[in-house]
Design a protein. Structure first.
Length: 142
């Protein structure tokens, strides 16, 4: 029977420590991180969609202020995503709506209690509404 020396024992201890450390790190750090990412990717978001028909007399300067104000809404806590864009559909079913403002919220509480009464939103509404002919607001969960 071969003799096991001190070097063999030391190598065995190092390998055991390495595998235990890898196992512990994988269990407590890697699994927890990936599962929380999966939860965030699978959670439902509240989409706040605003379709807009601007008045013909809205000037390019006013429109630029509205665009800047729309993107300024991102500063409000609870607004997780925001897009302001022009309709590019070739179907001809716009019913006069030329632009959309789309936001995403994690909860209806973020929309109702934080976003809607927020001073940045209120200031935007004061600028936005006088320049619109028609507005349609549609919210849904995705």
């Amino acid at each position: 029977m071969p003799r096991v020396g001190i070097t063999d024992r030391l190598s065995f201890v190092i390998i055991v420590i390495f595998y235990l450390t890898t196992l512990i790190i994988g269990y407590f750090f890697i699994d927890g991180t990936s599962s929380s990412k999966e939860k965030n990717n699978n959670r439902k978001m509240l989409v706040h969609l605003v379709l807009i028909q601007f008045k013909d007399e809205t000037t390019p300067e006013d429109f630029q202020k509205i665009t800047d104000g729309a993107y300024g809404l991102q500063a409000i806590p609870g607004v997780e995503a925001l897009n302001f864009g022009e309709n590019v559909s070739p179907e001809g079913l716009t019913q006069g709506f030329t632009h959309s403002l789309t936001m995403k919220f994690a909860s209806s509480l973020d929309r109702d209690s934080i976003y809607l009464p927020h001073p940045i939103h209120q200031k935007f509404v004061e600028l936005f509404v006088p320049n619109t002919k028609s507005v349609l607001v549609y919210d849904y969960w995705e």
